[in-house]
Design a protein around this ligand. Structure first.
Ligand SMILES: [Zn+2]
Ligand SMILES: [Zn+2]
Length: 420
């Protein structure tokens, strides 16, 4: 081989290596998220999935709890939703305890305080698969440090209320699309001595107050007899769309929640501290209103939770999630909808219900293109409905997205940005 050919070959090899290394870098840039195992869990910022299904049931042959996630920055915990079964997952994920050897064996040293690391809880909407374990958190949490903070130097415990942020009063009862009242169905109202506060659509503040009222006997026993702190001081509630001082207003007027659940809007800030800035937007989970998506911006990257939504949010999710490192998005299996609803007569109530399920949730076939339209780097499937759908069905999402795909599982940890 002549020297010229050897030189050309050498140049081609060098270019090839450079090309390969650029491609590798691009892959790294495109995916800053990693599913963590025990040996590499030193990420400063991570998401822990506490419940990865949704819906109003329990699905056989699956251990998935209902919707809940934690964003963890350093040792501070921020929660998003707390659906059925997820309070136990919260304990499994974070409640390491302080055990000591005693003459009779290994015993926990006092009570757990792991919830002293939880600073805020954000509700995407008030459906029960996102809220059912909220009473557990309010009632059992005070025995595990809820609403307190512990000085790492002195060990002193002070009250530091958990900030709970979520939907205000819907303002208007849902349109009756099933002839429910005509068939003699009961509409439930809150019962209160304040006539102004009687409502069939209570927001997060009234929901919290009425949970406390329902469990007044045990709460009063805990404080009067057992030395617990004032339960009502361990949380503060802020409503999105609420009307009390300190509540958060929508950036645009919402005219008719029964017909337009997500008017086009710019994302708006709902919370910030030294670790995170949280912004929100309305999504389309009609007739639920408000239904919100949240974005957490941290020094290590950005995480977006879609909440429950159909694929068309009037561009709102795209504005909120633009370029997100992690888009944690709900998904529903259309094969299950087909089995559940069959092939109903066009125009029938069943046909309308089937259409509703498909338009107020996002199917396996559509979630990939939603992620691409948000330019999300990694798509995490969450709120997997039904919870027992085969993983092979969910893997089909990869055919429709250029985002890195992660199929969520309870207690999965996903790190973003730098690891120590
Ligand atoms: Zn849900
Ligand atoms: Zn929902």
């Amino acid at each position: 081989m002549s020297e010229r050919w050897i030189l050309l070959l050498a140049i081609l090899i060098i270019l090839g290596i450079a090309g390969a290394s650029t491609a590798a870098n691009q892959t790294d840039d495109a995916s800053t998220a990693a599913v963590l195992t025990g040996s590499d869990s030193n990420y400063h910022t991570k998401v822990v999935l506490l419940g990865t299904t949704g819906g109003v049931s329990w699905y056989p042959e699956t251990g998935r709890a209902s919707s809940s996630s934690a964003v963890v920055v350093g040792d501070t915990i921020y929660l998003v939703d707390i659906g059925q079964g997820s309070a136990s997952r919260l304990s499994e994920a974070f409640n390491t305890g302080d055990f000591v050897e005693t003459p009779t064996g290994r015993v926990e040293n006092g009570s757990s305080t792991f919830l002293s690391h939880a600073r805020a809880l954000f509700f995407t909407h008030l459906h029960q698969d996102h809220t059912a374990d909220y009473p557990s958190l309010l009632l059992i949490g005070p025995g595990a440090g809820l609403g307190t903070s512990i000085d790492p130097k002195t060990g002193e415990t002070t009250i530091s209320p958990l900030q709970v942020i979520g939907p205000g009063n819907r303002g208007e009862l849902d349109a009756d699309k099933t002839n429910y009242t005509a068939r003699g169905g009961t509409i439930i109202y809150t019962d209160t001595s304040d006539p102004e506060a009687i409502t069939p659509t209570p927001g997060l503040r009234q929901m919290t107050q009425t949970i406390m009222q329902s469990f007044a006997q045990t709460i009063n026993d805990m404080t009067l007899d057992d030395g617990y702190r004032d339960f009502t001081k361990l949380i503060t509630v802020k409503e999105i769309g609420g009307s009390e001082a300190g509540d958060i207003a929508f950036p645009v007027p919402v005219i008719d929640p029964n017909n337009e659940t997500c008017p086009s809007m710019a994302p708006f800030e709902i919370y910030s501290d030294k670790n995170v800035r949280v912004t929100a937007t309305l999504v389309d989970h009609h007739q639920v209103f408000p239904a919100l998506a949240y974005r957490f911006d941290t020094a290590d990257g950005s995480i977006v939770f879609s909440g429950d939504t159909g694929p068309d949010t009037n561009g709102n999710l795209q504005k909120l999630a633009d370029g997100a490192d992690l888009l944690i998005h709900e998904v529903i299996d259309p094969a299950w909808i087909d089995l559940k609803f069959g092939d109903p007569k066009p125009g029938s109530q069943m046909a309308a219900l089937k259409e509703h399920m498909l338009s107020s949730h996002t199917s396996i076939d559509k979630v990939g293109s939603v992620a691409d339209s948000c330019r999300a780097k990694t798509l995490v499937l969450n709120h997997i409905v039904p919870g027992n759908t085969p993983v092979t069905n969910l893997e089909r999402v990869a055919e429709n997205t250029s985002a890195h795909l992660i199929i969520g599982e309870d207690l999965m940890q996903i790190g973003i940005g730098r690891s120590d």
